[in-house]
Each structure stands twice: as structure tokens, then as C-alpha cells.
Design a protein. Structure first.
Length: 367
């Protein structure tokens, strides 16, 4: 190419960059447009709340006043248009977080409010309702419970008494609500947080989702459409994710954890990986994903690949241990992931996860 043409091409390229740069800067990132606290008057300064709930490395360290009224709203983040997220502490249950150690949220539509999960006690459930009513006069129409674990569902009793609310859950929650696991979980929480849990009772859903795995159940409310997907028993007795179509936000619950070591719970590790692959095959271009723990995240959603890698590595390690005849005690004792040791709840969850997967691999020998 002649030198003169080369310089002309370079000049046009530089001119294009000069023209486009201000335009690109005019489009703020998602965390700049959204993610801030919607009601800062209810955000105590000593809670250490992150500046944003989107793509944040910070974690909340709230200390909830046990005497706070059920009518006092909780701080909530606006993470998309008409979309709000309760960003929870990511530790285990304790007297400081009082059951707010997971995420929940709600979406305001032209005809009413759709709520996703309820936090971990009836008292917190009532404070979720108080928060919604402080921000909109639209009625609550739907409650979607993504799965039955306490940090996501034990506030549901507060919604059951509201006229006109349809509660949606996975059919697997019926099994959980009749289990000894629920009984022991409730007993523990009542001992630790007696006032917060005093009105607790298992809540039956109005609609149970039991469709084929990875198929959806659709609800429409005003100007909004929500597709609720059955993602199988990957983390609990039955798990759901929600695609909020208008804003292209996916509420993935505990299919992936952000800023925290995953907990395998009552699910199945192989189903986790299948569900994560399905998620990325179908929603890799979504605007936002909201996990059950940790901040919301924009693409490319590294929390999903990080959680998947962790589970696959643990499956590979436990499969090899079983194949080599290593006993469960030695296999669990010896498996360590040094690159995960500084992640929240690694010490609490990792060995339990290894034990869980070892038993899965052992069971597979007889199937």
C-alpha cells in the first residue's frame, strides 16, 4: 500500500476514534446507571453497605436491630428500571444478619408487584412488604419462591395473608415442607431468633411448577412478562430461575454464587453443571444476572463459570478418590483448593461439599 494511503487510513481511523470516544463515554455502564440504594434514609451508616449492588466486590456487614419494627423498610437497591434487590450478608445465619444472609427482590409493573424470594424469617418477610409499600402503591400480585431453603423462603408466611397474592414454587417444596430437615432448621432458628421466627409456618403455594426440566411457566402482569424455568434439583428439592423479559434480567438464585463458596445443599452436583451450561447457552447475552448470594453481575457473568469450575473440580477429585478406593474420611480431609481459601464460607462449606459429592460418586457405582 502506498505510504500516502497508509497515512490517510490512519488519519481516518484517528478521526473516527476522536468522534466516537465522547459518544461511548455518554453511555454509562450498568452499575453507573443502576445499582444504587433506592431508599438511603433506611440504610444505617454502620452496616457497611456497598455503594452498588451490581458488579461489586464489597459485601454488606449489616447488624440488624432486633427491636426494629416490622413496618420499618429495609434498604433496597434499584438494579434496573422498576427492579429492586435486597442485597444480603453472605455469612451464615447469625444474630447480626438475623436471617438476611441471602438476596431477594421485586419488580414493579403497571398492574402490580412481582416478588422473588422473601428472606429468612417471617419478620424479615414483613419488612420486605413494608419496603415495597414505601416505594409503590401498586398491589403485590405474585410471590415466586426460587427454592425452599430457609434464607430464601422462611419469610413467605408474611405474604400468605395478603389478599390477591399468588404464590408460585417448585413442586419439590412440598417434600421439603414435610421433612425432618425443615423441622430441625426451624428449631435452630427459633432458638437463635425466637421473636423473628415466632409466627413461622410452612406456606403452601398456589401454583406448583413441575414441568420438564428447562421448560418454562409464564406469567404476565401489566406491561411485564416473566418466564419461570424449572432447573431441576440442582441445589435443593427443586429449583427455579426467573427471566424478567422486559428488562432482560435473570434471577438465577443459587445456581451460581458470587463472592461466596457454593453450598450443594439437597441437590445434585451433576445437575448443577447441566443447569449452568443451559443457563449460559440461553442467557449469556442477558443484561444482568441476580444470584441468591452476592452482588448482581453483568456479562460475561464470571460467577457462573467460577462456580461451575469449582463443582467440576470437586467432582473430578471425588470420582478419582472413589475409583482409587480412598475412603471418604481421607478423601474429604485431603481435598483442598488453595485458590478458594480466601473466599467467604470456604471453611464452612468446602468439606461438606466434598462429603456430599463423594457420596454421590459412591452411589453411582451401584446404579
Amino acid at each position: 500500500m502506498p505510504v500516502s494511503r497508509t497515512f490517510d487510513t490512519l488519519k481516518h481511523l484517528l478521526l473516527s476514534v476522536a468522534v466516537l470516544s465522547p459518544l461511548l463515554m455518554a453511555f454509562p455502564s450498568w452499575s453507573q446507571q443502576f445499582g444504587q440504594i433506592a431508599n438511603p434514609e433506611y440504610a444505617p451508616a454502620d452496616w457497611g453497605l456497598p455503594d452498588t449492588a451490581v458488579d461489586s466486590d464489597q459485601v454488606p456487614s449489616m447488624k440488624i436491630d432486633p427491636k426494629a419494627s416490622v413496618d420499618r423498610p429495609l434498604p433496597v437497591y434499584r438494579i434496573a428500571s422498576d427492579t429492586y434487590m435486597f442485597l444480603g450478608n453472605i455469612s451464615t445465619l447469625n444474630e447480626d444478619n438475623r436471617g438476611w444472609n441471602g438476596n431477594a427482590g421485586f419488580i414493579v409493573t403497571s398492574e402490580g408487584v412481582v416478588v422473588i424470594d422473601t428472606l429468612g424469617t417471617p419478620k424479615l418477610g414483613r419488612r420486605v412488604i413494608a419496603t415495597i409499600r414505601s416505594l409503590t402503591d401498586k398491589p403485590i400480585r405474585y410471590l415466586i419462591i426460587t427454592h425452599n431453603h430457609p434464607d430464601h423462603s422462611y419469610g413467605a408466611e408474611a405474604f400468605a395473608s395478603i389478599d390477591g397474592v399468588t404464590i408460585i414454587a417448585h413442586k419439590g417444596s412440598i417434600q421439603y415442607n414435610q421433612s425432618e430437615t425443615l423441622d430441625s432448621s426451624v428449631d435452630y432458628r427459633r432458638e437463635l431468633l425466637p421473636e423473628d421466627m415466632k409466627d413461622f409456618k410452612p406456606v403452601a403455594a398456589d401454583n406448583y411448577i413441575d414441568a420438564e426440566t428447562f421448560t418454562s411457566y409464564r406469567i404476565e402482569l401489566g406491561d411485564a412478562v416473566f418466564d419461570i424455568y424449572n432447573t431441576g434439583k440442582h441445589h435443593s428439592h427443586g429449583d427455579l430461575i426467573v427471566h424478567q423479559r422486559k428488562q432482560d434480567v435473570v434471577w438465577i438464585s443459587d445456581l451460581a454464587f458470587n463472592q461466596r463458596t457454593t453450598f450443594l445443599g439437597d441437590g445434585h452436583s451433576e445437575q448443577i453443571i447441566l443447569a449452568q451450561d443451559w443457563l449460559m447457552d440461553n442467557f449469556s447475552k442477558a443484561k444482568l444476572m441476580v444470584p441468591g448470594h452476592g452482588s448482581a453481575q453483568t456479562a460475561p457473568f464470571p460467577m457462573v463459570s467460577k462456580t461451575r469450575d469449582y463443582v467440576q473440580r470437586l467432582r473430578d477429585a471425588m470420582e478419582k478418590a472413589v475409583d482409587d478406593g480412598v475412603g471418604i474420611y481421607d478423601a474429604v480431609r485431603d481435598v483442598e483448593f488453595s485458590d478458594w481459601k480466601d473466599t467467604y464460607l470456604y471453611q464452612e462449606n468446602h468439606k461438606a461439599n466434598a462429603n456430599f459429592i463423594y457420596l454421590e460418586m459412591e452411589q453411582a457405582l451401584f446404579e
